[in-house]
Every structure is written in C-alpha cells, then in structure tokens.
Write a protein that binds this ligand. Structure first.
Ligand SMILES: *Cc1c(COP(=O)(O)O)cnc(C)c1O
Length: 393
C-alpha cells in the first residue's frame, strides 16, 4: 500500500538542510526566513524543467513563489511529476490565459461591502485578514491579491471588518481567511478572536489555513492556548495529496484537536496531482487518522493561468462515485463548484436518483443496483416530480 507510513520529514534523506540544527527546523520563524522565493535559490536545489524555469521567471508578475524548507523536503526531486512539486513550483502554463479564466473567478470583489470582507451568503462572512501565505499554491483563487505580485494593494481593514460584523446581526458565522490567518502574530490573533467573541450574534468562528500543511511548526502550544481561550474555533486545513500527511502534520493536528479545535480539510481537484480515486482515498483515510474530517473537494476555480492544473468535472464525479458507500461516510467530502462569477458553492453529486413519479422515488445505490421508496402517501409537488436526466461522463 502506498502512502501508509507517517513520514517524519526531518532531513528525509534529502540532505539540503542537514547542517541545520533541529531547533531551527522546528522553529516556524526559521522556516519562514528560509523560504525559497527565487529562481536563483531554487536552481541549485533541484533540476528544473524548461517550463518550470519560465514559470519561475514569470511568477513575480502573477503570484510570488515561496516554498518553506519543510514543504520543499516533501518533493521527490527525481520526479518531474511529483504531486508536491506541481503545487508550489511555477510552470510555463501559468503564462497562458484561456478565454474562460478570470482574475476574480468567484466574484468576491463584487460581494465586498467593506474591503477584505466578502458577504455572499445570508448568515456568514469571509474575512480576509492578510494577503500573505507561508507558501503559495500555484492555483490560488485569490492570486489577484495574495502576495501582491499584481499590485492589488490589499490592506486588511480589521476595524472596518469588525465594525461591519458588529452592525450586522444576521452574521452568525465568521470565516477568517486571506492569505493565511495563521501568519498573524499570536497577539494579533488573540486580539481578533477576542473581538469576535465579544460580538453576541457571532456564534461560529473558523479559520481557513494551509499553514498546518506548509509549516506545521507554527502550531505551537502558545497558539493552541489562544484557541482554547476563545474556543470553540474550528479550522479547515488544506491537504491535496497523501504525501502531505506527515508525522509532523499529524502531531500539529493532534495539538489543535487537543486544544478543542474541530478540524476539516478542503482539497482542490488538481490535474495529475489528486484526480485519481486511489490517491483521493489514501488522502481521506490519512486525514481521518489525523482527526481531520474531509469537508470539501473543490473543482478548481477558473483562475487565470490555471488550465494546466484543472482536472475535469467528470473525473471529480467518478472519484465521488468511488468514495460514497465504498468507504467510511465520515471520510467522504462534498464535491463542490464555487459558481463562476459569484453564486457560491454548489454541490456536484453523481446521479443517484433515476426518477421521481407519483408512485415512488427510484434510485441506485453505490453498487449500481436499483431501488425504490414509495411516495404514494405523500404530497408530491411539481419541483419534486422531476425526471432526472441520465448523465454520462
Ligand atoms: C466558502 C465561503 C464561505 C463558507 O462556506 P461554507 O459552505 O459554510 O463552508 C463563506 N463565505 C464565502 C464568501 C465563501 O467563499
């Protein structure tokens, strides 16, 4: 079985940082200071393809490159198709903009009542608290503002955002994102969470962060203490491939879980990285073992320069068919498309209903066997009485 061992990445045979004291390696500020951010730094470490070189030269005009030593260590440097490599090393495909692509693919700017706050759904807001990340995913949906390579000049407006939430009693759920909120100092996070907790109508607080995956060293006892103090704070991490599920990530998730932070995972379906049922299954099983509940699989947003990374919806549906019923229900995430232009997240499911008529709902199970549940004793409205179309992928 591939990917079943919890690898501890400390050196991991790569040798690049072998002279680094373990205390430095385990210090998140060391990881940040020693990120690989330029072609000059990258070239001596790995044999780059021509496409990667072009991609690196272009990156500073689109979305900066940054890779933590910890995450770089997960790359199989002999494999140009390494699933870790493709997520963080820019490629020439980023320079190609296709007609369907957009700079703000899910229309966030149009739903921003104040800068840095997106209010799309009735009861919850997305609060962008920074434009920086520990490392940059090459398919980033917010590459227009994240890393400021495109001169977007994003300035997090904490007070304006907090004031908006305070004066909108319908907001019961606040999602902190960015950029990566865990790049903020402990003091800032303590302040922000404290302010949010003081708002009586805010009953649910969560953080979207890839830092546990890019830099698990950031999950310190001091940080966990802040979550304990202001909890419950929920967290969605972002792992795409079982190779990311290291012993270090597992330990970080354990620290978070023991501090009372319920954990979910959001993956993006990526071409040649995780658009495969076996890879996805290995990932979600590893996540459960780390106390992380797979939450969403996103169809990759139509961000400019992402065609080479986007996987097909049919692949996504096929993967979902191979998960539901075939493995633990807790392990099965919801596959969604964030509607282009700004309609929110929409569930995309394999077709289980074959027909609804006056008599019954007809459906198939995970093995393809047909079943019916009688509806005779219920009122059936027109919307329900649909005859679902067969979808062939
Ligand atoms: C994803 C998202 C949320 C949270 O959606 P859930 O389905 O509740 O996880 C909220 N606001 C915006 C703008 C989002 O993109």
């Amino acid at each position: 079985m591939p990917y079943t061992e919890d690898r501890n990445t400390w050196y991991e045979g790569q040798g690049i940082w072998k002279d680094t004291p373990k205390s430095d390696w385990e210090d998140w500020t060391w990881q940040l200071r020693n990120r690989i951010t330029s072609l000059e730094q990258l070239e001596p470490l790995i044999d780059l393809t021509e496409g990667e070189m072009k991609g690196c030269q272009h990156a500073n005009k689109k979305l900066a490159m940054a890779i933590t030593p910890y995450f770089f260590n997960l790359i199989d440097r002999d494999d140009p198709d390494c699933p870790i490599r493709k997520q963080v090393i820019p490629r020439a495909g980023e320079m190609i903009a296709s007609a369907e692509e957009m700079l703000d693919p899910v229309g966030e700017d149009a739903h921003s009542p104040v800068p840095g706050l997106v209010h799309r759904y009735p009861d919850r807001v997305l609060f962008l608290v920074t434009d920086r990340c520990a490392a940059y995913c090459r398919y980033c949906t917010r590459s227009r503002l994240v890393s400021n390579a495109q001169d977007y000049n994003f300035h997090p407006e904490f007070e304006q955002g907090l004031k908006y939430i305070e004066t909108h009693p319908e907001v019961r759920d606040v999602l902190l994102s960015g950029g990566d909120p865990l790049l903020l100092s402990d003091n800032k996070l303590d302040y922000l969470l404290g302010r949010l907790r003081q708002i009586p109508h805010v009953e649910f607080i969560r953080i979207g962060s890839r830092i546990p995956v890019f830099m698990p060293q950031r999950i310190t006892e001091e940080l966990c203490e802040i979550f304990r103090k202001h909890g419950p704070v929920w967290m969605s991490i972002h792992a795409n491939h079982p190779k990311e599920c290291t012993a270090e990530l597992k330990a970080a998730c354990e620290r978070l879980a023991f501090a009372g932070v319920p954990l979910g995972n959001q993956s993006v379906l990526l071409n040649g990285i995780n658009d495969d049922a076996d890879v996805m299954k290995a990932l979600i099983h590893r996540l459960l073992r780390m106390r992380v509940r797979p939450y969403y699989i996103y169809q990759c947003d139509l961000i400019t320069g992402s065609a080479h990374l986007r996987a097909s919806v049919c692949k996504g549906l096929e993967i979902m068919k191979k998960l539901r019923g075939h493995t633990t229900g807790y392990a099965v995430p919801q596959y969604v498309i964030d509607a282009p232009g700004g309609g929110g997240k929409v569930p995309i499911n394999p077709q289980y209903i074959t027909k609804i008529d006056d008599e019954a709902i007809h459906f198939r199970n995970f093995e393809g066997k047909l079943f019916r549940y009688p509806l005779k004793s219920f009122t059936i409205d027109d919307e329900c009485r649909c005859h679902e179309q067969e979808i062939e992928c």
